[in-house]
Design a protein. Structure first.
Length: 164
């Protein structure tokens, strides 16, 4: 369900999406609202789920995890009872940054981070070994990063388009 956002909400979200540590007083000055109004709006955006989490985006390289690996997973059968174990292992594996159930010739696409190939092999073993419902998995190692972001495009309003 799409949230009902006005131009102030969108302006606040644009600021928070770039730097979630921006003080509410600074946000208030930039969007022409009082700090109390900004605080109420942020609280509402959190409560409604528009802001899903307040987290820090860590640098994989700085954390000693320079490998980004994409894994295509093809299952034998997509029945919930047969995929439950795989889904639980993926959810529990900290190295899995993202996992998508997708359309097409594969069933899942995973984004995994690792320190080196040996760690990746251990991760793959934990995720796939012994699971008879895994038909195959295919690994792609990223050679470089063109873009890394979870930012969403925000709707344009008259107020936000004039600030460019």
């Amino acid at each position: 369900m799409k949230a009902d956002l006005d131009s102030f909400d969108i302006a606040i979200l644009a600021i928070l999406q770039k730097d979630n540590l921006t003080p509410q007083r600074a946000i208030a000055e930039r969007v022409n609202l009082s700090p109390a109004a900004v605080q109420r709006r942020i609280k509402r955006l959190l409560a409604s789920g528009v802001i899903a989490a307040n987290t820090a985006q860590l640098s994989p390289e700085a954390m000693g995890r320079p490998l980004t690996i994409l894994i295509e997973v093809q299952l034998v059968n997509e029945l919930d009872a047969l995929t439950a174990g795989f889904r639980e292992r993926v959810a529990a594996e900290d190295a899995v940054q993202q996992c998508y159930n997708v359309t097409g010739h594969i069933d899942y696409l995973l984004v995994v981070t690792a320190t080196d190939i040996q760690e990746y092999q251990a991760i793959a073993q934990r995720l796939f070994e012994g699971d008879q419902n895994i038909q195959r998995f295919k690994t792609f190692i990223a050679l470089g990063t063109l873009k890394r972001s979870l930012h969403l495009p925000l709707p344009q309003t008259a107020a936000t388009s004039n600030k460019r």
